[in-house]
Structures are given as structure tokens and as C-alpha cells.
Design a protein. Sequence first.
Length: 343
Amino acid sequence: MENAAPKLLSRVPAWAKKAVPALISLLILYYYFHDQDWTALWAATAHARLWLALLAIVVPQLIYWALEVLLTERTMTWFHAPFPWRPYFWVRGAIYILQILNPTLAGGGTLLYIQRRTLIPWRRFAGILLFRFGMTMWALTLFLIPATLAMHYYGLAERARLNLWVWWGFLIFGVAWMVEAWVVWHHQKHFGLSKLVVRDRESEFWTAFRLATRGQWLATGALALAPMLFVLFGFYLLALAFEVRVPFWHFLVVAPLVMLIMDLPIALAGFGTTTLAWMTFFGEFGSEENLAALSLFLPFARSICRGLIGLVSLRPALTDLAALPPAPAGEPASPAFLEREEA
């Protein structure tokens, strides 16, 4: 039964898998733009401060690229072996081309490259990825708590299209879980969720949690949060460039959710999901034409930026890929979840 879904997906033609994101994008865009005043939309674009909009996308993207590479280099070096950042820098840049068309395949390709470059066991690698994800969520939660309090203080909470009971429950649970994890791994306790999840502390899967020092926990969270904040503030400047006047604290709280919806791997390059997210959460802070212009400009400019990064990185990336060591005999080329995706 557990293999039924992968087998069913394998029967879907490749062209159909590629067409679905484009179709979803077209359907969402049609819903929002079928009765659009195109003259007003063009006027909104012409009056936007496009130089500011471009800087708000390009600069955070470049910073995100560099810091993501640094975070990978640090975590792999800490928990496995020295990891050469320069080759990965170019490979990660080249993968941005693939990310425009297929984010899932791009993510799988990134993981496969790192594993082939380091020959790290997949179990340990998965544990490192979980450690990074946990530290990212912890750092994001610590950032969102004071931002949400400030949103309440300035009387903006009523305008946020969030269920604040659920929102605060998420934030409190995140902090509580990280406090528990800190106690479990740094004070050798064993209770709560960790008692259910961590069956064998010496398992290779838990290598990162077991070996990480307190400083490495904090550094991982900071390195994971920093690029997200640069992107977030870039989006705030982008909103100002298109005359979408979202209150600052309101934007800081809601924008991470908007970013999550924008990057869902269900649409082509974020077209459609970007419009859906901005119209839903920030629709009252700008004219329909300004929001429509922004939500079309953003995925277009991001795709162009990522495409240029990919083209610049392609030659050194291909040189490095050609020099990768072959897979050890008897070892699968990819873990089960990647094999299902490739199927």
C-alpha cells in the first residue's frame, strides 16, 4: 500500500507533470485578471519606482545565495567533513535555472550534489537537514514573537487576516519545542516529544543534534534567518515602490506566510501564487492595479535574476560536476524520496 502512490504517479506522463504548474498559474491569473483594467495596470507599472523594485529583488537574492552557501558549508564541516564552498557556490547558482521551472527537482538536485561531493551517508545527511530546519523555525519563531507583540501594541492585529489564536499557538509551541530540544541534547534529559521521537541518541541520524555545541545551534539559526530577513525587507521596499502601504509591523508578521504561499511548488515560477498571496493578505493596503502590477513584476524579475545568476554560474558548475566522484558500488544514487520524485 505504501508504494501505491509512487506507482500511480509514475504512470502520469512527463509532459502532464510539467503542464500542471503552468495550468495552475494560468487559472489563478485568469481569476484575478480576466476583468482587469489593463490601461490602469500599465499606468500603475509606469508610475512605480522600478529602480527601487529591482534593487529590492536583486540585492536580497544575491545575499540569500551567498548566505545559503555559507550555511551549507558550515553545517557540513561541523557535522561531517570539510566542505569546499567555492564549487558549491557555482553549482548552487546554476541550479537557480532549474528552480525556475521545477523547484522540487532543483531541491533534489542540490541534495544529490552535496551527497556526491561529500559521500555523506544519507541517514546522517537527513539528520543535518532536520537540524537546519529546526534551527530555522526556532529563529523565525523568536523573530515573530516580538514582531507580533508590536503588531498588537500598534493596534494592527485586527487587520491581519490571521487566526491569532492559531498563530500564537504555533509560536508558543515552536519555542516550547526548542526549549525541550535544548534541554534534551545539552542537559542529557529525555522527556516530552523527544522521548517519543528520539529512540536511539547514538543513531547516525541524530549526529548533528548530538555533536552541535551551543554556539553552533545559535550560529545555524542566525545564518538561516538572516537571508530570510533580507528577502523580507526587500519585499517591504518592493511594496513601497508600487505604492502598497502596508504598516511595517503588520508586514513583518504576515510577510513570512506570504513568502511561503508564493514559493509553493504548485505553480510556474511563482506566477499566480504571488498574486494570490499579495491580494489575500495585503489587498486593503493598495489599489487593485498596484497589487496586480507588483504581483506580476515580482515573479518575472525574480526569474530573470535567478536566470542570470544561473547563466553566470553554469560554466564553473559544469566543470565541477564533471569532476564529482562516482557513486560507491552498491549504493543507491539517491534516497527513496528522490527516487520517487525522479520516477
